[in-house]
Ligand binder design. Sequence first.
Ligand SMILES: [Zn+2]
Length: 181
Amino acid sequence: MNKFVMPGDKLSYAEEYITGEGVYEENGVLFAAVAGKVVIEEKIIKIVPVKEIPKISKGDVVLGKIVDVRNSIALVEIVRKKGFDRDLAHTGLAALHISNVQNDYIKDLSTAVRYMDIIKARVIDENKLTLSTKEADMGVLKSICSVCKSPMIREGDLLKCPNCGNVETRKISKDYGTGKW
Ligand SMILES: [Zn+2]
């Protein structure tokens, strides 16, 4: 179930579920005590408040972590949404397609993003959760060396490892290493 409810909405019956957070019972009927999303786990029915899951909309700027890089797509765990000062949970994985990384053609996605990179991206489709990093301030904000795992430092258009000297390419955000996004 992936349903949003308002306080007082009827959910189910007490005989069917165990009452969890945000749910109350009255005469055998279960109601939502708060606004949020209905979550059922192992017979427990609970409401996860809406404010913990702000809607991701087209045009939003998000902070994400690269969790997988395939041939033409990188999977991104969305961590934050700009304008919302808490970490997000359970938004699901977003996708960054190779054609949405930068304006110039790239042949190999791993020249632009790599596993564990932190990126800033714009949501281009809220239903499919697809992202773009084409704008100058979008792209990789933080990265670690793929050889020794040290944080990489920006040198012009490249990233250099201060520990082992390894040099790598990325689609670098102009905010790289500044701590802001
Ligand atoms: Zn290194």
